[in-house]
Design a binder for this molecule. Structure first.
Ligand code: G3P
Length: 218
């Protein structure tokens, strides 16, 4: 499973990239606004921090303008992945861009039928929003399961990018189902490393080690 971080905070990206476990970055207009940075400038900086895809989202709603925006964004760096919303215009744009070899992440997916359409449009990634699905009384994990089943039925190569992840259990369930990618807020990635018994174990081992009076490094 690939791990993407869902943020435009470059300090966080730098820190997580240093673990060697980061495969890409996703941003959206809300995350860009939260960063307080210039969109083009921050996107370029992020593209230099990771080798993998960096999703940058168009804001136009019509196909022609989406294409024009995508053309500006894809010139930022080779690893830019254009993010488009799951609308008719978004999918028309997706088909045109992937046909030219540009990576596309289709976002705001809330149904398996929408994911089927995105795959037919040649999407590189489909982003089902688990947390927002749960928030509205639906089962986010069921959505991931349905998309996995459908993509496997037809051998679609579109990667399932589990998004709107709120906690480590969302990551665990997505991995069990076989989502290709999980994009997570920095705090969730950090949460994956943690276990109370790991901390307790280290504490116990170190206390006993000190009793030996030995050192590995002399
Ligand atoms: O980047 C899209 C997605 O991950 C947003 O998550 O928490 O705003 O629903 P959230």
């Amino acid at each position: 499973m690939k791990f993407f971080v869902d943020t435009a905070d470059t300090a966080e990206i730098q820190d997580l990239a240093a673990t060697g476990l980061l495969d890409g970055v996703t941003t959206n207009p809300s995350l860009i606004a939260k960063s307080g940075r210039d969109f083009m400038e921050v996107t370029k900086e992020i593209c230099g921090m990771v080798d993998g895809p960096v999703s940058a989202e168009v804001v136009a709603l019509d196909h022609e303008t989406m294409l024009k925006e995508a053309d500006v964004l894809r010139k930022i760096a080779d690893n830019v992945c254009i993010k488009v919303p799951l609308t008719i215009d978004g999918l028309k744009t997706c088909k045109a861009l992937t046909g030219e070899g540009t990576m596309v992440n289709v976002t705001l997916c809330f149904s398996a039928n929408q994911a089927l359409l995105a795959a037919k449009a040649g999407a590189t990634f489909i982003s089902p929003f688990i947390g927002r699905h749960d928030d509205n009384g639906f089962d986010g994990m069921e959505l991931i399961e349905d998309i996995r089943l459908i993509y496997d039925n037809y051998d679609f190569s579109t990667e399932i990018l589990a998004a709107s992840i709120r906690h480590p259990v969302h990551v665990l369930e997505s991995a069990r189902i076989g989502a290709d990618v999980a994009t997570m807020p920095p705090a969730v990635i950090r949460g994956l490393f943690k276990h109370v018994l790991t901390d307790k174990g280290i504490e116990g081992f170190l206390a006993d080690w000190q009793k030996t009076g030995q050192a590995i490094l002399k």
